[in-house]
Ligand binder design. Structure first.
Ligand code: MCN
Length: 765
């Protein structure tokens, strides 16, 4: 019942149609695109965190062999490429509108973080461009830098932008303050916990790259770029450059990881446009890994001060969360998730009658922060689930029992949260029991004793979570189906895979709906000549949005086909039936195949719909062992039971979960971007210093489904692409703290590195 479709068992075999290409080195990534006559670009970047630019000497670079041109902030300002797009387009506290400081695509007047580009060199070869960029010297008047978001809000902090007083770009609130105050006043117990969700670098395998071609005859620009879809990028780039969106074309084939970081209109792309237009030559730029660390948007970077009020029986009465969302030196469109997504599910899977949250969004002299897989949801789940575990410890109530007591009951769905979200469907008590049995919760004590006997501390962690998926900026999702004379159905979608598996799953949805073999359905993503309305791939929305539109389009195709077949059969459309690629007349043996309808010209239909948000949820249970002598921890068991509604492809869903959980584990145990507090220099700008998770971090993930079909999608699907991150941050942190609690440790901030654990174990002794 929970498995999608029954027609083609090979769909569930685990292979993805894109995999052969990707694992045999036949993929085509952004840097693989070349255009005749192309120039190569390199950016000169700030080595100061905060400084006034007194002058920039480009003469030595211009004199360098092979250099064609050099551009600076003045060119960016002259082009008018200064309106960095922002998606915080809703009113904040007291009607406040987000302040969006200008960001010339090459820094002008001031630099505000280490790595900010202030000049662009284009040359005949990449090496010439790199060598010449090193010759560019900026004369700076250095200014004090602030890298700490709380410090940035303090009186007397260095000011980044003249038009952002107090470095505060936005302040907003959610919920009801009075209700919460009243509930806190009458509470039997109040649990307080302040947590940090560290700043991390999403680090896709493929470094950022872009080739821009300018066509002077019509003023159009074509970008070969790593992206998560063209519609969002086109809107952002149009805003940045003031150019009509129809002048901007995006072409990509394979994308080596997106994770939210490939959805942003980076200033570099617009600077390349200036160069391509000026030189009348295509311009190509491929970033280095150090540039990725310094200039690709970072993720998370939130500080959350929480309090949970309970009655004498441990029932949750109210929750208060105060958020500080560090956005780095400029506001990027991804900032929206940090407020919208966190608000959508802030009370988690619990019936908490009253909620009040405040957000302050400061700027700091650091790399801009944007969406990273989960985009606020892991942060919210982490804050809530750490609070719940802390409350259980303080109240002396078993943490499973405390959760069970406060779950939203199945009868309450669809459930409206205090912030107005409507959770479509979930079976939280059933999910919990499923996970407890799957992870052998009852047998834990034996395993802990065995660990103790071998001199290791063991911890058991649980997280029950829910997140919103499938919201989107576009008013609807459109998918076009084209049938050719061979009966091949091409699925045109504006959603774009960056590893998520669209070519397999969208084809499965259409093939299954049409009852044809999967091989006869082919996915074409972001075809430049198709200007369909729809959303890019983010917010774990492609299956709900594009996938549901695929289903609608297939129905549309069947209906159109029935009308055409009826004409041929000289009957009413209602007298035509359809199955497995064939239209039959009910009262004669005549039939027409799908391919026959496209003999003379391609048959095409558009399916569209606005489906809304769905709310996947789950229960993850992790066990860790910690070596008290070294502080090294090991994940010895990880069980995930999830409800992403109807599952289209189990292998992909499990892969998505695996990837997300490992990214969460990476953040809990090692990943963190660190800045020097005095100079604002990044101390983690390479994989020598930034601890990417290795395969050994999570040796095995055991996963099972506990589906409740979504009611917003005709397929019953919910998103899954980010759930692993949302679940694993709290599950793993709770496991580590559980191991250390007997020693008196109540909380530790991530990353829970060996040295931090080792020190914590000694401090409390
Ligand atoms: N799926 C399914 N059944 C469901 C739900 C999903 O079979 N009920 C399948 C889908 O069809 C799709 C995959 O699972 O192949 C993820 O689907 P979905 O949850 O709809 O998410 P998206 O396709 O929109 O992917 C976006 C999501 C996000 S927001 C980030 S960030 C992320 C992620 O996916 N970035 C990724 N997973 C990633 N995986 C890889 N390899 N690379 C990234 O950059």
């Amino acid at each position: 019942m929970d498995t999608y479709g029954t027609h083609h068992e090979n769909h569930h075999s685990g292979s993805r149609v894109e995999d052969f290409r990707l694992i045999t080195g036949s993929g085509k990534f952004a840097a693989d695109w070349n255009a005749p006559g192309q120039l190569h670009a390199c950016f000169a970047r700030s080595d100061r965190a905060h400084a006034r630019i007194v002058s920039v000497d480009i003469a030595p670079a211009l004199a360098h062999p092979g250099v064609k041109a050099v551009f600076t902030g003045e060119d960016a300002v002259r082009a008018g490429y200064v309106n960095s797009p922002n998606a915080l387009n809703f009113p904040g506290r007291n009607g406040m509108r987000a302040l969006t400081p200008k960001r010339p695509v090459l820094a002008h007047g001031k630099v505000r973080f280490v790595g900010e580009a202030f000049a662009l060199v284009v040359a005949e070869t990449a090496i010439q461009a790199i060598d010449a960029a090193e010759l560019i010297v900026a004369d700076y008047e250095e200014l004090p830098a602030i890298v700490d978001p709380e410090g940035s809000l303090a009186a007397g902090a260095p000011q980044l932008h003249d038009d952002v007083p107090g470095n505060l770009v936005f302040e907003s609130e959610a919920g009801n303050e009075q209700e919460v105050d009243a509930a806190f006043a009458g509470a039997a117990h109040i649990t307080r916990l302040k947590v940090q969700v560290s700043r991390v670098s999403p680090s896709p395998l493929e470094p950022r790259a872009c080739l821009v071609t300018y066509e002077p005859t019509n003023g159009e620009y074509t970008f070969n770029v790593c992206m998560q879809g063209s519609t969002f990028l086109r809107w952002q780039m149009g805003t940045y450059t003031n150019l009509p969106e129809d002048k901007l074309n995006f072409v990509a084939q394979d994308v080596g990881g997106g994770f939210g970081q490939r959805s942003t209109a980076y200033p570099e792309y617009c600077a390349l446009m200036i160069a391509a237009e000026a030189t009348r030559r295509p311009v190509k730029w491929v970033s280095s890994r150090v540039e990725s660390f310094l200039t690709d948007t970072h993720g998370r970077a939130n500080i959350i001060d929480g309090a949970l009020a309970t009655d004498a029986d441990g029932r949750f009465l109210a929750m208060r969360l105060d958020w500080i969302n560090d956005m780095g030196a400029y506001l990027s469109p991804g900032a929206m998730g940090h407020i919208r997504n966190t608000t959508a599910c802030m009370t988690g899977v619990y019936r908490i009658p009253a909620l009040y949250a405040t957000f302050r969004v400061p700027l700091t002299n650091t790399t801009p922060v944007s969406a990273y897989r989960g985009a606020g949801r892991p942060d919210a789940a982490y804050a809530v689930e750490r609070l719940v575990d802390t409350a259980a410890a303080e109240l002396g109530i078993d943490r499973v029992e405390l959760r069970r007591r406060n779950f939203i009951p199945p009868s309450a769905f669809p459930y409206k949260t205090p912030t107005g979200s409507v959770y479509d469907n979930a079976d939280l008590p059933g999910l919990l029991e499923h996970a407890l049995a799957f992870a052998d919760w009852a047998g834990y004590e034996r395993r802990r004793e065995a660990s103790t006997a071998s001199g290791r501390l063991r911890g058991l962690g649980i997280a029950t979570w829910v997140e919103n998926t499938a919201a989107g900026r576009a008013p609807r999702d459109e998918v076009e189906l084209e049938v050719n004379a061979q009966g091949i159905v091409t699925i045109h979608t504006v959603s774009k895979s960056s590893g998520n598996g669209h070519e397999t799953t969208l084809a499965m949805i259409v093939a299954d709906a049409l009852g044809i073999p999967r091989e006869r359905a082919i996915v074409e993503q972001c075809a430049p000549h198709k200007r369909l309305v729809g959303n890019h791939t983010s917010g774990s929305r492609s299956t709900v949005g594009a996938g549901s539109a695929c289903y609608v389009a297939a129905q549309e195709l069947i209906n159109t086909g029935k009308a055409l077949a009826a004409l041929a059969f000289k009957v009413e459309p209602s007298q035509v039936s359809y199955a497995s690629g064939e239209f039959r007349s009910v009262d004669s043996p005549r039939f027409i195949q799908l391919a026959d309808l496209a003999r003379e010209k391609t048959l095409s239909v558009i399916g569209s719909g606005t489906f809304g948000s769905t709310y996947p949820n789950g229960c993850h249970i992790a066990e860790v062992e910690i070596d008290p002598e070294t502080g090294v921890s090991e994940i010895v068991s990880y069980c995930a039971v999830d409800d992403c509604g109807v599952v289209i492809n189990h292998a992909i869903v499990e892969g998505q979960m695996h990837g997300g959980v490992v990214q969460g584990a990476g953040q809990i145990f090692g990943e963190q971007i660190v800045y020097d507090r005095d100079t604002g220099q990044s101390l983690t700008a390479s994989f020598m210093d930034y601890t990417m998770p290795r395969a050994e971090l999570l040796r095995e993930l055991r996963a099972e489904d506990h589906p409740t079909p979504s009611t917003v999608s005709p397929l019953g699907v919910k998103g899954v692409g980010e759930s692993g991150c949302t679940a694993s941050l709290p599950a793993l942190a709770n496991a580590v703290i559980d191991a250390l609690r007997p020693l008196g440790v109540k909380h530790l901030d991530m990353p829970m590195t060996p040295s931090r654990l080792w020190r914590a174990m000694r401090m409390v002794k």
